[in-house]
Design a protein around this ligand. Structure first.
Ligand code: ZN
Length: 181
């Protein structure tokens, strides 16, 4: 017997990732004001109002109404801002890597007000510093050394290996696995 009650909530959030789920549905990762990072299923169907934008994109600033019962389901979503437009092409790739990093590394459903405010501020201005996020998440870039040669002249963070690297040691790592810091 399922004893978990259904909980409804409303929160602002920024979309970190959108994945297809089955034929019609989507699974979306959000960084949210009230719930921290969480994943929710977006069911394509009549329950979604006409205000729902089918183009829910990474870096959309949205208001979500959702329910939680065993899993999160989005019942309504309104896109208020398209933050992706704020980033220049140079910052865009970094921003997407950061979104991916936060999606993979933040614990689920741990609200973090400071992180939320910083992320929204950076999306508003279209610029961000990885090292700020890394140190906030406990990676401590200021005292870190290259994981391969111990140099303190760091230029990158491998989010696959979760280690800092200097310029020469990071040169043969695929670009999509690196955050340049
Ligand atoms: Zn090195």
């Amino acid at each position: 017997m399922n004893t978990e009650t259904m909980q409804e909530y409303i929160t602002h959030a920024v979309v970190l990732d959108v994945r297809r789920r089955g034929e019609q549905d989507k699974e979306i990762s959000f960084l949210s004001e009230n719930l921290g990072k969480f994943k929710a299923v977006l069911i394509s169907g009549s329950k979604i109002t006409s205000r729902f934008s089918p183009q829910c994109d990474v870096f959309d600033y949205v208001m979500i109404r959702g329910v939680h019962k065993n899993r999160h389901t989005v019942t309504d979503i309104i896109t208020e801002k398209k933050y992706a437009r704020n980033f220049s092409s140079i910052h865009m790739r970094r921003a997407f890597l950061l979104a991916h990093f936060l999606d993979k590394n933040l614990p689920d459903e741990v609200p973090d007000n400071e992180l939320w405010r910083r992320f929204v501020r950076d999306c508003e201005r279209g610029a961000l510093s990885f090292s700020e996020y890394l140190s906030h998440l406990g990676y401590g870039g200021a005292h870190a050394a290259c994981a391969r040669c111990a140099s303190h002249n760091l230029s990158a963070f491998s989010f696959k290996e979760q280690e800092f690297l200097c310029k020469s040691c990071s040169s043969n790592i695929p670009e999509n696995e690196l955050l340049l810091i």
